[in-house]
Design a protein around this ligand. Structure first.
Ligand code: 5GP
Ligand code: MN
Length: 327
């Protein structure tokens, strides 16, 4: 952390995170912008900011096209990405940074940076950044606090997942003292949806399927449904949690059609089964309780493969006890 703090003082920054961004990716990216107001800090994400994060201060500063970036970078910071491909294809080939700092909490992180701050026990990259920014205590202003609180809140499922630790709660409390407003943030993220989200949710719920023992649950969203509801992929954020909210469900799966024969597959575990392992086997990644991948093929073939893998994993985890994090 000390070395990273020294580097951060030196050069202008480009901060980037993963495509399909959520609260941790966007909150962590923006936190740099607000922590170094006197410095040139450019921000990049390959995909648009989802509507439920547009309230965050500074979102309009994020660039989404590589040709909008100024080019030469002495220092690039990548947040919340297990590997460089998560930023987007060709990012590193095109940007060619002189020095890269990699800050993340995925267990599968490939340590691709010149300096790496990786802590799988951290609930979120936002939590790690709070600790990092303590080298600049005067710099955590209310905007940074808002961005980091949002990151932690979303990655812990509002302090409900097993990555919610005494440390993440303490940091959330400190951020609230520094100006993050928990009720206002939660209202913006969870209670400011367009009606189209509920129309889409109605369609998704009708596709619910449970395995005979009730341990695996799934839902499917096709492109046609998105079109009918006039919704994009970001409108379905959190739908998968309706499945894990059912008693007895161990693993929830959401299939989302991105393109013909291309499906985004999301996994959530109720806490006993490690879905990071499952996603990695299928070419993706993530965390113990939340992971995902993109698969190509017909929906029938993909479902067959996924069901088999999930059922195997549930069977293997028979004797596993609830995973718990400790500090
Ligand atoms: P979601 O299901 O919300 O899209 O993703 C849940 C988590 O799984 C993400 O925070 C991320 O850590 C991981 N994840 C999702 N999709 C991918 C993927 O295609 N590749 C990798 N490496 N991780 C993913
Ligand atoms: Mn994260």
């Amino acid at each position: 952390m000390k070395k990273i703090c020294d580097e951060l003082q030196k050069a202008a920054l480009l901060v980037a995170s993963h495509k399909n961004p959520e609260g941790d990716a966007i909150g962590s990216t923006l936190a740099f912008y607000h922590t170094f107001p006197d410095k040139k800090v450019e921000l990049f994400n390959a995909d648009p900011v989802p509507y439920f994060l547009k309230f965050l201060p500074g979102v309009e500063k994020i660039r989404h096209q590589m040709n909008e970036l100024s080019g030469e970078y002495d220092l690039v910071v990548i947040v919340d990405c297990a590997n460089p491909d998560r930023v987007c294809e060709r990012f590193f080939q095109q940007i060619k940074p002189k020095f890269t700092i990699n800050i993340d909490h995925h267990e599968s992180n490939s340590y691709f940076g010149d300096l790496n701050l990786i802590d799988p026990k951290a609930s979120s990259t936002g939590e790690l950044l709070f600790q990092l920014f303590s080298c600049f205590p005067q710099k955590i202003n209310s905007q940074t606090a808002t961005c980091l609180y949002t990151a932690i809140m979303m990655d812990t499922g509002s302090f409900r997942y097993i990555n919610t630790t005494p440390r993440s709660l303490e940091i959330a409390s400190k951020l609230a003292n520094l100006g993050a407003d928990p009720a206002w943030i939660a209202r913006n993220v969870y209670e400011s949806h367009p009606p189209a989200r509920l129309i889409l949710l109605g369609m998704a719920l009708q596709t619910m399927v449970f395995s005979p023992d009730g341990k695996r649950a799934e839902m499917t969203l096709t492109k046609e449904m998105f079109q009918k509801a006039q919704a994009d992929v970001s409108f379905s954020e959190g739908f998968i949690n309706y499945l894990t909210s059912v008693a007895g469900v161990e693993v929830a799966v959401l299939f989302r059609e991105l393109d013909k024969n291309t499906y985004k597959v999301s996994f959530r575990s109720q806490g006993r089964v490690n879905v990071a392992k499952l996603a990695e086997e299928l070419g993706g990644g993530g965390h113990f309780q939340a992971s995902g991948t993109t698969l190509k093929g017909s929906l029938d073939d993909i479902k067959k493969l996924v069901r088999q893998k999930v059922d195997e994993l549930i069977a293997q985890s028979k004797n596993a006890s609830q995973r718990s994090y400790s500090n």
